[in-house]
Design a protein. Sequence first.
Lengths: 413, 380
Amino acid sequence: MRRVAIIGCGQSKHGRRTDVNQAELVAEAVWAAIEDANIGVEDIEAYAVGNMQGFGGICQPDLVFADYIAAGGKPMQRVATGGTVGGSTAHLGYYEVASGMYDVVLAVSWEKHSDSAEPGATTGLLHVAFANLSYMMKIGMDMRSFAIMGLAGAAAGISAYQAAFYMARSGCRIEHFDMVAAKARRNAAKNRYAHLKWPGCTAEDIAKTEMLIWPLRFGHVCPASDGASCVIYASEDAVRRLGIKEVAWVKGVAAYADEEADQGESYQGTAVVDYSDQTGAILSARKAYRRAGIKDPRKEIDVAEIYAPFPHQELMFSERLGFFDDGTAWKALEEGVTEIDGDFPICPSGGVNATNAIGSSGMQRVVEAALQIMGKAEDHQVPKDVKNAVAHAWGGQVQFNTVMVLGDRPKGW
Amino acid sequence: MRRVAIIGYAVSRLEWDAEKTREEAVFEVAKGAMRNAGVEREDIDTVISASTDFLDGRTISSCMLIGASGAYLKDESKAEEDGMYAALYAAQRIMSGVHDVALAVSHTHSWIFNPHQVTQYMLEPWFDRQNDLLNEITLAALQARLYMSRSGADETHLAQVCVKNLRNAVKNPNAFRKMPDVTVEEVLESKLYSSPLTELMISPPCDGAAAVVLASEDVAEEFCDEPVWIRGIGNACDRYLRDRDLGRLNSLRIAAERAYRTAGIEDPFRQIDVAEVSERFAHQELMAYEALCFCREGMGKVLIEEGMTEVYGDMPVNPSGGALAGDAVCATGMIRLIEAVKQIRGEAENQVEECRTALAHAQWGLCAQKNLVFILGDRR
């Protein structure tokens, strides 16, 4: 199997970026990555792109700005899978190189929420819901599940539902969500690309914010950011040929799809009843670890970037990804295990809870994991030797999961 | 590089049926392709679907189709363009050695959202979309004019393409627009949309779905006696409208050259037995003849005049009727791929004699900005 490495990473500054248009925003990340890899633009053989086009209002924006990212005349492939799209784009770029078709591939994904009339993060799932609501009404279907979840606040609604499930199963309390959100904002303060920064933020600060949908407070919710993230992949031969020293090797990827949450029970019959089960995440992680040759994730992995727009998801996914036993992540949180300087740091960049430009977020997890391995994470570099890192993303109706394992050495070195 | 074969396929009828849901259509073709390939759902390692959120009228359009496409608890992703790009991604996943058997599914249901209207959202939003002059059809008309003035082709040549394809479609049970007795005059006299393009020169949007099963060289022959091998792939994206030469399909030329190089094809006219191209508009088939190097630049009109691209000609193009006989946007390219597979397996309705090497083409974007070419063969 062909060995593939990440040779360069780039991010735009994330936040409300009314100073640039969508094309300029993407170009910012792309040219930063090219500079970081220290290669020529002519070395890039193919592109992988992805965003959720509905949020920015352009159908296939990559076609409009092919020239901005020097893609004219070159192969370009596109994916779109909801919140996972950044992770899916990262996987696409990996497969483009691993297939043997290309040696150097640039993968970029982005979102520009401020171009849309309403922030995509809230309306995104609502767009799914409305289209299907009208369809379900037409064929006279049971709309019970929409009444309880679909229309009750879209992404935040479904996540609140999931958070309640998770609390019931694990015994964790809202105070633990406050702690996760405070950690995210504190870590973000050390990351110059992040959106919501709050140096010294404490759980008490978060606890003072308004309750939106029980059990989620205003301080728990991710922002709707603008931003782009980019990685450049190269085959082993190309790494040698281009004389690149600092790389992060891709050791294993997997992306297993589950049934969509709201209709699983009433519509397709696959009976997803507990949204905190996350069978897809468990399968993706197991498969990615097996492909990466990792047997004990808690011991062998040094840092994880988990896609957690809402704080309970950081706890929940850290269990599903095999770092903690089911229902115990909050205990590790209490002990400070997941802090930057803890035994098992999670989201040292501040994560999606502090910065969420949908398309960019999944890719940003890969970028941050790679930076930790290369030792280039600046102020939020974890103070230990990082050998393996995991980048995760979830999307769709809490149903898609992408997992990528990166390492300082290729698999079977 | 690991070799990949197509071992099964299924296509739905191209129709306009608001009663049929996406889930039903996708389920039928996914199941059909697996049955055709002789594989069970357990044999499938990875599923790639293709559709576009704007065309589907909902965000994350793939999320409701996980059950229907058989992707439930499988390694899954979605290509957001033509189905042939899903087949490409599926092939790449197999070539990487991570997966062995893949299912690629694509669908578009034009009754949900008029595809011509959706293409307006493909325009750059700061000027092009707001001037209210540009859309897919007016831009294609502009492209047709540029091509005609460069090559000396006229409206009659465009109409001849329509006559050929719409007559070929008569035998195709899945085609949407079939006209056994259509004449050049009839095409020219059909409703004028944007000069020089008349109604019959524009591919009719309709509903449709398609699926293919791909397998690695290690397992293909276990499932299938006559796998059809992917021998060359070429993919390229052109610049945006005003930064490119609209009168030429440069990205198709680049894609074709790449595909020919990997497949070892030096003289496409002689070595390729049949081509299935995605011509959203009649002139694009003539432009494709030139970009695919079936003739010299500007000579596309001669091929159609002389009948060389008829089913019985030296270089048959679109014996299935092509996109002009029905355009289920995201499925169109994948249907071309399937028609090429059928030709090699000897299962096509308009079968070309002794067909051993076939070309399939998919396009995407305004005025065919992006192009993808597969070369298929009966041998590795």
